[in-house]
Design a protein. Structure first.
Length: 53
């Protein structure tokens, strides 16, 4: 999937974090990936992570 929704996933990468932080960050990354996969394209998908929200 391309576009703004897929671009948002870059903020949820956690491979560079130390192990204790990875454990905290992983569920958020999983949820973000589920939302991108399950929601249709539109503002519902991108608005929650915009700076204006």
């Amino acid at each position: 999937m391309a576009g703004p929704a897929n671009a948002i996933l870059r903020y949820f990468k956690f491979g560079h974090l130390p192990d204790p932080l990875r454990a905290v960050s992983a569920p958020f990354a999983d949820l973000a990936n589920q939302l991108v996969a399950g929601l249709p394209p539109g503002p519902e998908l991108t608005a929650p992570t915009s700076e204006e929200s």
